[in-house]
Design a protein around this ligand. Sequence first.
Ligand SMILES: [Zn+2]
Length: 61
Amino acid sequence: MEVVCENCAREDDELVLVRRVYVTPESWDTPGSSRPQPDPELWCFSCRSQYPHEPADEETG
Ligand SMILES: [Zn+2]
C-alpha cells in the first residue's frame, strides 16, 4: 500500500498523524495566534520539521 504525506504528497514510511496549526503572526493591529485544525493529517518527517503542528490523538477502542 502506497502511503503519501497529505501535506506534500511525498511517499514516506514514517508518516505521523498530526493536526496542522495555522499560525497568525503578530502584526501592528492584531496579536499573534495559533489555531489547530480539527481534521488530522498524515505528515512526513520533512513537513513535521518545517510546519507548525500538534500531535493528533488516535482514538482507540
Ligand atoms: Zn510531507
